[in-house]
Structures are given as C-alpha cells and as structure tokens.
Design a protein around this ligand. Structure first.
Ligand code: ZN
Length: 300
C-alpha cells in the first residue's frame, strides 16, 4: 500500500468523449480529492455540428476554438485538475479528406504519439489509466482506435528507464482500464425508455454490431450521486449535444434507478486481485488502498 497522492489519468480521442464515457466516475473521484487528469488527443475539428442552434457560420468557421472552450467547461464541471492536449488534428472518418492530412492523429508516427503520452504519464504519475478497448466494429473511428494503440505501449513503457529516456523520470502506473458501455447498461436504459412510454434511442444497438462482451467487465463504479455533473458536462458540448437530444431524454432519477453504474474492463494490473470474492470491483484503486467510505454512492 502506498499513500502517494491518488491520480487517475484518462485518455480520450475528442472533446466530448470525456463527457460520454466515464464522466460520472471522474466527478466522483474528483469529489473525493483524487487528482483527475485528461489527455485529449485531438481537437475534434471534424466533428459534425449536431445541435442545429449551434450550426452557424461563426461556429463552423471556428470549430477548433469553440470545441476547446466546450472542453474546458466540461472539465471544470467534472472536476478535472489538468487537461493535456496531445496536439493532433481530428482524423475524420476513413477515406475522408481530413483522414489523409499529415497533421492528424491517425497519420502521426505511432512512436511519436506514444512518447507524448509517456511524457504526460511521467509528469502526472497516475496509479490508474483509463483508455479504450480494441473495438473496430461498433465505432471504427480512427482516433478511437488510435487511443487504444498508443495507451497500451505507453502504459508499459512509462516505467521503463530505457524507453524514451528524455521524456522524464520513469513512472509505472498500476492499473489500466478500458471504459465501455456494457450490454447490461444498454439493455437497462432501453427498457427504461420503453417502460416510460418513450421511444428508445438504443433500438439500433440491438441490430448486431454492438459487442456483447459483458463477461469482460470487471469493475462497476456507482455514480448515482453524480448524474447532474454527467449531464451538465455533455451539455457543455453544445455543438455536439442538443438539450433535447439522444442522450438527454431519460430523467436522471430514472437512470439512477435502473443503472447507476459506469462499467470498466481491467486490462492490465500490477496489483493483487482485490475483488475479494465480489462479483465486481467497486473502486478503481482496489488493491492499491484500503476501502474507504463511499462518498457518492448513496441513492435517494
Ligand atoms: Zn470521439
């Protein structure tokens, strides 16, 4: 056990990914005083404007700056302590013009991108890193694939003194998680829409491609007390999320009742299995620190 300052570092592809994946977890740990660090790999320049009130020339022409401002507001809401930009341009979807640009994340030399991430890991010294899994079917965005591809080696190399010797003092993180939506979560939210007499936005998720890999999930974080921050962080991305859109229809109280968790896959661990016979880990620091009083899990 160590009493080092606790730190979680998350690697996300675009501004808004930090709001749609693991946002409740971020808010929960930030409320506990855990240092929260975001690495955002691209500027989201190729994102479509999905909220028609924001689809204006001055927004379209300044999408990078607008999305950076949205990201900063989202980080403030969730309690992030630091935001690092990996410095690449959005890669767009395969075969688009943007996807051919040499300054995008997809076309950057892998080693260069890994070194940038290693440098940030060594400076921030997180025990826990959160990234994406290797899925290329359900959401084959090149930037999301790339997040997986750089985090795997960066996790291993950050602690290796022979790797990137000029990128800071070695630091070995202890656990690597993938954040993902479980099928159990999709099913629960889908059913909640139907039970409330609403059309379910998850209908198409049942059409075959969404990976049912629920047996891989090891960890459930109860974020029931942090629904408001999660919703507000999504809404901060006004170009991407309309207040009456896809993600917003089901009231937070209902979501809290049917599925108050965010789900994770423990992909690498250098600590003893800390699940202690439980079905799921309930703390990303399990095995690293003693269980502490749950500051955020109480449900009304
Ligand atoms: Zn994204």
């Amino acid at each position: 056990m160590t009493d080092a300052p606790w730190c979680i570092l998350q690697v996300h592809a675009h501004p808004d990914d930090e709001a749609s994946k693991g946002a409740g977890t971020t808010a929960k740990y930030a409320a506990e005083g855990v240092r929260s660090v975001l690495v955002c790999c691209t500027g989201g320049e190729e994102g479509d404007i999905l909220n028609e009130v924001m689809d204006r020339p001055e927004v379209r022409d300044n999408l990078h700056a607008v999305r950076m401002a949205e990201l900063e507001e989202s980080c403030r809401i969730l309690g992030y302590d630091a935001l690092h930009l990996l410095g690449y341009r959005d890669s767009g979807m395969p075969e688009s013009e943007a996807n051919a640009r040499p300054d995008n994340f997809w076309n950057a030399p892998l080693e260069e991108a890994v070194e940038r991430l290693v440098r940030i890991i060594r400076a921030e010294r997180p025990q826990v890193i959160i990234s994406y899994h290797e899925d290329r079917e359900w959401y084959p965005h090149p930037d999301h694939i790339r997040v997986f591809e750089i985090t795997e080696p960066a996790f291993a190399m950050a602690g290796d003194p022979d790797a990137f010797p000029d990128a800071g003092e070695p630091w070995q993180p202890s656990k690597l998680y993938y954040v993902a939506w479980s099928f159990a979560r999709v099913r629960a939210l889908h059913q909640a829409h139907l039970d409330a007499g609403m059309e379910s936005p998850f209908e198409r998720w049942f059409e075959g491609k969404f990976p049912d890999h629920d047996e891989r999930f090891t960890t459930r974080i109860d974020v029931g007390a942090f629904m408001a921050q999660r919703r507000a962080s999504l809404l901060a991305h006004a170009t991407q999320v309309a207040p009456d859109g896809f993600w917003m229809k089901l009231p937070d109280e209902l979501v809290r009742d049917v599925y108050p968790w965010e789900d994770y896959i423990l992909a690498r661990s250098l600590v003893d299995d800390a699940a202690e016979g439980r079905e799921y880990e309930t703390d990303l620091f399990a095995g690293l620190r003693s269980p502490i009083a749950d500051l955020g899990g109480a449900r009304a």
